[in-house]
Design a protein around this ligand. Structure first.
Ligand code: FES
Length: 177
C-alpha cells in the first residue's frame, strides 16, 4: 500500500469514529448540569453542617474576665450597663458591688434600669427587680443571676464565665473593696 493510500484510509477511519461518537442531546446536557449542581449543593451543605457542629476552636481566646474599671469611677448608688458583658455593675449605697445579669429570670428578656423608679424593669411581662436584683414584681420566679467579682488594686474584674443562679438576694452576694 502506498503512503498516499494509507493517509486517505486513515482520514476515512478518523471521520467514521467522529460520526460514531454520540452527540450530547439538550436533554442530557440539562440532566448532567442538574446532577453537577446537586453535587455542588450537597458538598456545600455538608461543609456548612460540619462547620456548625464542630466545637469552636477559639474558645480560649474569648476574654472571660472583664475589667470593668476603677472602683473610684463608680459612685455609690449607681448602676452602669455593660451590654457586651451582659450585666449591670451595681454600686450600692454602702459601697458594695454586684454584677447583675441583664437577663430576666422569667423568659430571658433584657431588663432595663429605671433610674427614677430605682428598679430594673423587664419590658416583656413587666417583672421588676430592686437594685440588688431581688424580685419586686413577678412573673419572674427568682432574683437576677449575678457574676463573680474580684477587686485588685482598685480595679474591678467581672468573671463572665462564673454566673451564679440564686433564688433571692443575700448579703454574701455583695463584693466589697
Ligand atoms: S421575660 Fe421578663 S417578665 Fe417575662
Amino acid at each position: 500500500m502506498s503512503g498516499k493510500k494509507k493517509k486517505v484510509e486513515y482520514k476515512k477511519a478518523k471521520e467514521t469514529v467522529k460520526e460514531q461518537k454520540p452527540k450530547l442531546s439538550r436533554h442530557d446536557f440539562i440532566k448532567k448540569t442538574w446532577k453537577l449542581l446537586g453535587i455542588i449543593a450537597g458538598v456545600e451543605v455538608a461543609a456548612l453542617t460540619i462547620n456548625v457542629l464542630s466545637p469552636r476552636k477559639n474558645d480560649s481566646s474569648i476574654n472571660k474576665i472583664l475589667d470593668a474599671g476603677q472602683v473610684k469611677d463608680f459612685p455609690n448608688n449607681s448602676v452602669t450597663p455593660f451590654r457586651q458583658g451582659q450585666f449591670y455593675l451595681v454600686r450600692r449605697n454602702d459601697g458594695g458591688f454586684l454584677a447583675v445579669s441583664l437577663k430576666c429570670t422569667h423568659l430571658g428578656c433584657s431588663i432595663a434600669w429605671n433610674e427614677s423608679e430605682n428598679q430594673f424593669v423587664c419590658p416583656c411581662h413587666s417583672s421588676t427587680f430592686d437594685i440588688n436584683g431581688e424580685v419586686l414584681k413577678s412573673p419572674a420566679p427568682r432574683a437576677l443571676d449575678i457574676y463573680e467579682i474580684s477587686i485588685d488594686n482598685g480595679l474591678i474584674h467581672v468573671q463572665l464565665d462564673k454566673r451564679n443562679r440564686r433564688s433571692s438576694f443575700t448579703k454574701s452576694d455583695i463584693t466589697y473593696v
